[in-house]
Design a protein around this ligand. Structure first.
Ligand code: CMP
Length: 139
């Protein structure tokens, strides 16, 4: 069942480059409301647990080291069709393939340092949101 929620992280390349505010503005301007949000940092073990589904991929080491290399912003977002609309807003995983005007086209550096994460299903949105937030952190 669709929950109309998705989960995002603004990644270390984007927080480090000072893009956080611009990305949050873009998210809100596109009709998403923020249910929970925090500025935080993943340990390597946190990143390995969060991206556990990719453990067998050749880029797992690069991805988890990168995601634990600096601050991130984690957020739960709400909108009708949140998962698919957010993936449309952020653009393709590889910024070289992202459509003009998408967040990754405008702010991402590379396929690993790709500015933002967006959940790929309602089920994963719930799992990923719970990884970062307890229910008393929601508003
Ligand atoms: P994200 O949406 O956070 O989900 C998994 C991440 O793995 C993805 O964004 C990319 O940042 C990363 N990723 C996917 N493919 C590659 C790759 N070939 N090399 C490095 N990182 C990758």
């Amino acid at each position: 069942m669709a929950t109309n929620r998705t989960f995002t992280m603004i990644k270390p390349d984007a927080t480090g480059a000072g893009h956080t505010g611009k990305i949050i503005d873009r998210i809100i301007a596109n009709g998403f409301s923020i249910k929970a949000m925090k500025w935080t940092k993943l340990s390597l073990a946190d990143a390995q647990a969060f991206y556990g589904v990719h453990a067998e991929r050749p880029f797992f080491g690069e991805l988890t080291e990168y995601m634990s290399s600096g601050p991130i912003v984690a957020a739960i977002l709400e909108k009708e069709n949140a998962v698919s609309d957010f993936r449309e807003l952020i653009g393709a995983t590889n910024p070289a393939d992202a459509k003009p005007g998408t967040i990754r086209a405008d702010f991402a550096e590379s396929i690993a340092a790709n500015a933002v994460h967006g959940s790929d299903s309602d089920e994963n949105a719930a799992i990923e949101g719970s990884f970062h937030f307890s229910e008393r952190e929601w508003a």
